[in-house]
Design a protein around this ligand. Structure first.
Ligand SMILES: Cc1cc2nc3c(=O)[nH]c(=O)nc-3n(C[C@H](O)[C@H](O)[C@H](O)COP(=O)(O)O)c2cc1C
Length: 153
């Protein structure tokens, strides 16, 4: 397995989740964890599982990450299995549809990725964190499920 976990993180919480997912993937193969700001088209080559996570900002993707997807070549993912997560507050039900992970899925599809699992949210207690107790454990469990859905677990 050649997995890639890409994250953007303002205060470090999304980065922590990404590292836990990467570590879980490494129990089954190779996995790199890289910052979205450093992502280049070359990094996507040969990847058989891609996971991307960012925080939710203003019910959307953080503004700084939006142009990065436009710069990548169309169909760069060539049908690779993809999954997306975000970190967010625990919101009321009516606001739950507006998460970064849902937006990420759209971006990944445009790049030719194949969605294998519903977007997931890991919850922070406050703007700068921390993550709620148990969220990193939940991230580990989610990573196992992502591998299974990709046929790599
Ligand atoms: C400018 C800004 C806007 C935010 N808007 C939302 C929001 O709309 N919904 C939400 O659940 N959390 C929102 N948050 C909280 C972030 O999701 C939280 O800071 C993030 O999960 C922490 O992850 P990080 O440590 O990786 O940056 C916002 C945070 C910032 C800084």
């Amino acid at each position: 397995m050649q997995a890639l976990v890409v994250y953007f993180s303002k205060f470090g919480n999304t980065h922590k989740v990404a590292e836990v997912i990467g570590a879980e993937f490494r129990t089954r193969g190779e996995a790199r964890v890289i910052n979205l700001n450093e992502l280049a088209a070359d990094d996507l080559r040969g990847v058989d599982l891609l996971v991307i996570g960012t925080p939710t900002h203003r019910m959307n993707l953080p503004e700084v990450v939006r142009p990065i997807f436009e710069e990548l070549p169309k169909r760069a993912l060539r049908g690779a299995p993809v999954a997306a997560f975000d970190t967010s507050y625990k919101m009321s039900k009516c606001l739950m549809p507006f998460t970064a992970a849902k937006k990420l899925v759209g971006k990944l599809r445009k790049l030719g990725g194949k969605k294998i699992i519903a977007p997931e949210t890991f919850f922070v207690e406050d703007r700068q964190g921390p993550l709620y107790p148990g969220e990193l454990e939940r991230a580990k469990t989610w990573a196992k499920l992502v591998m299974r859905r990709a046929g790599l677990g």
